[in-house]
Design a protein around this ligand. Structure first.
Ligand SMILES: O=C(O)CCC(=O)C(=O)O
Ligand SMILES: [Fe+2]
Length: 346
């Protein structure tokens, strides 16, 4: 259960940059992470061991989204452009009519495509397919920068999982099977600027991402200074996760809540338009860059308390039925008020 928090805790990761962190410091960090995921389910990570700062991350997102629509559509998933081959990785455009979920995105997996699980029959979505990339001259160094960012966030997730394993009374390597052929997804997101309607309607909360919990294990989110992310506490109040320079917002998904035997909580969150945060100087609206840590397709995931298990690939394929860009027909996709990689709150 979440608590009635009124702000999100800050977790300082500076010890992870030290060549030999002490056992005591690691234990303290592990306990702090346990407390976060057992109460708010969300926190700001500061001093994370990454070579990218916010400016680098949002420059990357800006470079991608400022390409023209035709260039981006060449990378679109098959759901959107039938003649394209990629089913799982790539671009998804904004969907007209989805005012409270108006976003475009670009998704990449690991640089080295994970091993494919063998199925008796052809699968509609290939979770292990290689990434698709714009031409180098359209997105200078973009591939190399995104592959590097993916690798660093994967490594940070792996460290956090070791600390969480210890906090759950397990060995640090308890989750190491989750790293094999991991399907983690780095997603660039762009919420185009929306004009707010004056009058009584302006009192209403306008959303660009509807309330949801993330479905997987761990999410590491870079949000830009526009802000707008809000997190639901146990009293039913939306608490603003305001912009903290150079921080990464961390939260867990439904599957890790299950794995923790209900000790950790996957907290509901949403994104508000015009939340009063800073506007981007380039007038682009809002960008954010979530990284979804995901196990491999064949990974068997079960609670630390034992009991029923799920095969990650099967779990994620079931979840995809609720993700908007994986609806069968474009007409259906356009009419479903969903976000992607996340289940829409009922
Ligand atoms: O854009 C954001 O700040 C949050 C996005 C999000 O929650 C998601 O993609 O799951
Ligand atoms: Fe989310």
């Amino acid at each position: 259960m979440t608590t009635s928090f009124s702000s999100l805790p800050v977790v300082d990761l500076s010890i992870l940059s030290s060549p030999q962190p002490s056992e005591q410091d690691l234990q303290a960090l592990s306990t702090q992470l346990y407390d976060v995921f057992a109460t708010t389910g969300f926190a700001y990570l500061i001093n994370a061991p990454l070579s990218f700062d916010h400016e680098d991350v949002f420059e990357l997102a800006g470079d991608f989204f400022s390409m023209n629509e035709a260039q981006k559509l060449q990378l679109a998933k098959k759901t959107f452009v039938k003649s394209n081959k990629n089913t799982y990785r790539g671009y998804f455009p904004t969907q007209p009519g989805q005012q409270d979920n108006l976003k475009e995105g670009f998704e990449v997996g690991p640089a080295q495509a994970p091993r494919r699980r063998s199925f008796g029959r052809p699968q509609k979505f290939d979770l292990t397919e290689p990434n698709v990339w714009p031409d180098e001259e359209e997105f200078t160094d973009g591939r190399c920068r995104l592959e590097q960012l993916h690798a660093e966030l994967q490594s940070l997730s792996s460290t956090l999982l070791s600390l969480l394993a210890v906090s759950l009374g397990k060995q640090p390597e308890f989750f190491s099977s989750y790293l094999e052929d991991s399907l983690s997804t780095l997603r660039l997101l762009h919420y185009p600027p929306q004009t707010s309607t004056p009058g009584p309607a302006s009192e209403e909360v306008k959303l660009c991402c509807t309330p949801h919990t993330d479905s997987g294990i761990l999410t590491l989110l870079h949000q830009d200074p526009t802000g707008g992310l809000e997190v639901l506490n146990a009293s039913g109040e939306w608490v603003a996760a305001t912009y903290v320079p150079n921080s990464i917002v961390v939260n867990i998904g439904d599957l890790l809540a299950r794995v923790s035997g209900g000790r950790f909580v996957a907290t509901m969150h949403r994104v508000r338009t015009s939340s009063g945060g800073a506007s981007r100087a380039d007038g682009m609206g809002r960008c954010s860059v979530p990284f979804f840590f995901e196990p491999g397709e064949s990974c068997i995931v079960r609670s630390v308390d034992g009991g029923e298990s799920v095969v990650y690939g099967e779990y994620v394929r079931k979840k995809m039925g609720t993700w908007v860009e994986y609806q069968d027909e474009p007409e259906i996709a356009i009419s479903v008020a969903g976000a992607s990689r996340i289940a829409v709150a009922a």
